[in-house]
Ligand binder design. Structure first.
Ligand SMILES: Nc1ncnc2c1ncn2[C@@H]1O[C@H](COP(=O)(O)OP(=O)(O)OP(=O)(O)O)[C@@H](O)[C@H]1O
Length: 611
C-alpha cells in the first residue's frame, strides 16, 4: 500500500488542508517516536501503567493501540499529548521533545479525549468553529471547515443543538469533528467510536480512511473495537499490563499468533455432528459449537484444504449447508494472544536527533485570539444562569444596605453607611470570586474538561484570564448597586475617585485568584463546597467588613485583620470617602500581595499537566 506523505496540494480549503502550526516543524517520516517510556503511579506497591514502551508511528499511518481495560493506553496518550509527565523515557513528536516542551505539540495534534469535551456547553456549530480558532485557524478557514465537517459527519440537523443535550454517541461524533478542526496532520483518538451506532461507527472509519488515503493523515487510534478498526489500521501495538506484547501489521500479528485458518461448518437445519464425526474434527484442534449445528475450529494452513475435503466426504454434501475457510480476524488473534508470553517486541534504535522546533512569531496574537474565544465560550456557558446571578447581585446588596442601615439607631450616620455600602459591594465580589470561581474550576477538573482545555494550544494564562473576565460582568452589578442604594436610599455623597478603577479590579482579581486557587488545590468537591461557604459565612456573620473595627469585640477585630476582604472593603470605603492615605496604600498592598500569592498557587496547582 502506498501512502502519500507530506502536505497535499488542495484547491480551496478542505478538510485536511495543512494548518499553519504554532511551531515550525520540518516533515520527518517518523512523526511519533517513543523510547523506553515508563510511567508509574504512587501506591503500595507502585502501579506501573507504562513499562518500557518503545515504538514509532510512521507518516501517513493509522496506528492502532489495543489492549484490555487498565492496559495503560490512556496513560500513554496523556503523555504523548504532553498532559502527563513521564517517569522516564523519551517522546518525540514532529521534532518536538515532548518531555521538555509539552506545550509545543498541542498545535500539531488533533485530539479526542476519553472524557468530556471542553466546549460541551456550546452549540455544535459554534463548538467546531471555536475549536478551529483556538487551534490557530483564521476566521475564514474555521468557518469553511466547520461547514464541511457538519456536512461530512451528517451533523446538519444538530448544528444548533447544545452538545450537552445530545446523546452520548452524537456528542462523541461531534468530538471527532472537533479533533479534525485545524486540519492537524496527526490525530490522537481515544475510543472514537464508543457509544456510536453501527452507521456512525462506519462513518468515523470511512472518514479516517478517506483522510488517510487522500491527505496522508497520520493517526494514533485507541480502540476496543478491534473487528471494525482492522479495516483502517495499518500497524498496531497490543498492550497489556503496561507493556507492548505485540507490534506489527495486522497480518504480521496474525501470523505470529500461529497463522491458523478458521473453518466454519454449518449443517442443514436440525442436524448435529455425531460423536464419531466430532472426534474426527477434534483431532485437528479444539472445536467450538457456536450454535446448534454451527461448528468452528482452527486449522494449520497446510491442513486446511485436505481437512475440508475429508469432512465433506465423510459428512456427505447433502447434510452441509455451508462450509467456509477464512483467515482469523484480528479480534480472534487479539483475544487469543498469550498475555503471559514474554514480550516479542524488537528493541528499536534511538531516534535520530533532530533540530528542535522553534516557537512561532504569532504566539502573542494567538494568545489574544484564544483569550477572546475562551472568554465568549465561558460567557455562553453561564448564559442560562447569569440572569439569576444578576438578579441576586442586584437584590442582595440592596437588601443589605436597606436592612443593615436599620439595625438599632446608630447605623444611619455617614460613616456607618459607608461601611455598609462598601461591605455589601465587597461581599458580592467575594461571593462570585471565591465561591463561584472555586466551584467552577473544581467542577471542570472533576468532569475532565480541564484536561481537554490543556490539550488545546492555548496558554494557561489565557484560560484563567477568560474565566475571570467572564465573571467580571456578573460581579459588576453587585459592586454598583450598593453604592446606588446608599445614594438613593440615604442620600450619602460618594467620592468617585479614579482610585476606584484600581480598587474594584484588584478586589475582583484577588478574590477570583483565591477562589480558583482553592478550586485547584482542594481535590474533594464536597470539602471545597463546605470551605468556600464557610469563608463567605464568616464574612457575613463576623461582619468585619460592615462594621467599624472599633465597634467589634476584640476576637472579631483580630479576625478582621486576618481576612483579606476587610482590606478590600477598607480600600473601597476610603476611595469612596476621598480618604486616600497610608492605610489605603496598605490595603492596596495587601490586595496586590494576595493576588500574587493566589496566582502563583493557581499556576502551581491547576492540573494543566499531571506530574
Ligand atoms: N491517576 C492515577 N493514579 C493511579 N493509578 C492510575 C492513574 N491513572 C491510571 N492509573 C492506573 O494505571 C493503569 C492504566 O490505566 P489506563 O487508564 O492508562 O488504562 P487503559 O488501557 O486506558 O484502560 P481503559 O481501556 O479502561 O481506558 C490502571 O491500572 C490504572 O488504575
Amino acid at each position: 500500500m502506498s501512502i502519500p506523505s507530506g502536505p497535499l496540494p488542495s484547491q480551496g480549503p478542505s478538510l485536511a488542508e495543512a494548518p499553519a502550526p504554532l511551531v515550525h516543524v520540518a516533515a520527518s517520516q517518523v512523526p511519533v517516536s517513543v523510547r523506553n517510556l515508563v510511567r508509574t503511579f504512587p501506591g503500595e506497591p507502585p502501579q506501573v501503567a507504562n513499562d518500557q514502551l518503545s515504538f514509532d508511528i510512521h507518516r501517513g499511518e493509522i496506528f492502532g493501540l489495543l489492549g484490555p481495560n487498565g492496559a495503560g493506553k490512556t496513560t500513554l496518550v496523556m503523555q504523548l499529548m504532553g498532559l502527563m509527565r513521564p517517569t522516564s523515557g523519551h517522546i518525540q513528536i514532529e521534532h518536538v521533545d515532548v518531555v521538555r516542551h509539552p506545550d509545543a505539540v498541542k498545535s500539531l495534534i488533533g485530539f479526542l479525549p476519553q472524557g468530556e469535551l471542553a466546549l460541551n456547553y456550546l452549540e455544535v456549530e459554534r463548538a467546531l468553529h471555536y475549536t478551529g480558532r483556538l487551534r490557530g485557524q483564521s476566521e475564514h478557514d474555521a468557518r469553511v471547515q466547520t461547514r464541511q465537517i457538519i456536512e461530512q459527519l451528517g451533523l446538519g440537523s444538530f448544528r444548533s443543538r447544545y452538545i450537552n443535550h445530545l446523546s452520548g454517541g452524537m456528542a462523541r461524533l461531534v468530538g471527532f469533528g472537533m479533533a479534525l478542526m485545524g486540519q492537524p496532520r496527526l490525530l490522537i483518538l481515544d475510543e472514537p467510536t464508543n457509544e456510536l451506532d453501527p452507521h456512525k461507527r462506519r462513518l468515523v472509519w470511512d472518514t479516517l480512511d478517506q483522510l488517510n488515503r487522500e491527505q496522508g493523515l497520520t493517526c494514533l487510534l485507541v480502540t476496543h473495537n478491534v473487528l471494525e478498526a482492522e479495516r483502517v489500521i495499518h500497524r498496531l501495538a497490543v498492550m497489556d499490563r503496561g507493556r507492548i506484547i505485540a507490534l506489527g501489521t495486522p497480518q504480521e500479528i496474525k501470523q505470529r499468533a500461529g497463522g491458523h485458518v478458521r473453518l466454519e461448518l454449518q449443517l442443514k437445519e436440525g442436524l448435529r455432528l455425531e460423536d464419531r464425526e466430532l472426534e474426527q474434527l477434534r483431532s485437528h484442534g479444539q472445536v467450538i459449537e457456536v450454535r446448534g449445528g454451527h461448528y468452528r475450529t482452527y486449522l494449520e494452513p497446510q491442513q486446511a484444504a485436505s481437512t475440508s475435503v475429508e469432512l465433506i466426504q465423510s459428512l456427505g454434501l447433502e447434510r452441509v449447508e455451508d462450509l467456509r475457510l477464512a483467515p482469523p480476524s484480528l479480534e480472534e488473534v487479539y483475544l487469543d494472544l498469550d498475555r503471559n508470553a514474554a514480550r516479542e517486541v524488537p528493541t528499536l534504535p534511538p531516534p535520530p536527533r533532530l533540530e528542535e522546533a522553534s516557537p512561532s512569531p504569532h504566539r502573542l496574537r494567538h494568545h489574544l485570539v484564544a483569550l477572546k474565544y475562551l472568554w465568549i465560550a465561558h460567557m455562553l456557558e453561564v448564559r442560562h444562569t447569569w440572569a439569576w446571578n444578576a438578579v441576586f447581585s442586584l437584590f442582595m446588596p440592596v437588601a443589605m444596605v436597606f436592612g443593615l442601615s436599620r439595625i438599632g439607631l446608630g447605623l444611619s450616620d455617614r460613616t456607618s453607611l459607608l461601611y455598609i455600602v462598601s461591605g455589601a459591594a465587597v461581599f458580592s465580589v467575594a461571593t462570585e470570586g471565591i465561591l463561584t470561581c472555586a466551584q467552577r474550576v473544581a467542577m471542570m477538573r472533576k468532569d475532565g474538561r480541564l484536561i481537554y482545555y490543556a490539550s488545546l494550544p492555548i496558554g494557561q494564562a489565557s484560560f484563567v484570564a477568560s474565566i475571570i473576565l467572564s465573571r467580571v460582568f456578573i460581579v459588576f452589578p453587585g459592586v454598583v448597586t450598593p453604592l446606588l442604594a446608599g445614594w438613593l436610599l440615604h442620600g450619602i455623597r460618594l467620592e468617585l475617585s479614579p482610585w476606584l478603577l484600581v480598587v474594584i479590579p484588584l478586589t475582583a482579581l484577588s478574590f477570583s485568584g483565591v477562589g480558583m486557587m482553592l478550586g485547584s488545590l482542594i481535590r474533594d468537591l464536597d470539602l471545597l463546597v463546605v470551605i468556600t461557604n464557610a469563608l463567605i459565612s464568616v464574612l457575613l456573620l463576623a461582619a468585619p467588613v460592615f462594621i467599624p473595627e472599633e465597634a467589634l469585640p476584640s476576637p472579631l477585630r483580630a479576625m478582621g485583620f486576618l481576612l483579606p476582604p476587610t482590606y478590600a472593603a477598607d480600600a473601597l470605603r476610603r476611595a469612596l470617602d476621598g480618604a486616600v492615605d497610608v492605610r489605603f496604600a496598605v490595603d492596596l498592598a495587601v490586595l496586590a500581595a494576595m493576588t500574587l500569592v493566589s496566582f502563583v498557587g493557581l499556576s502551581r496547582w491547576m492540573r494543566w499537566r499531571v506530574d
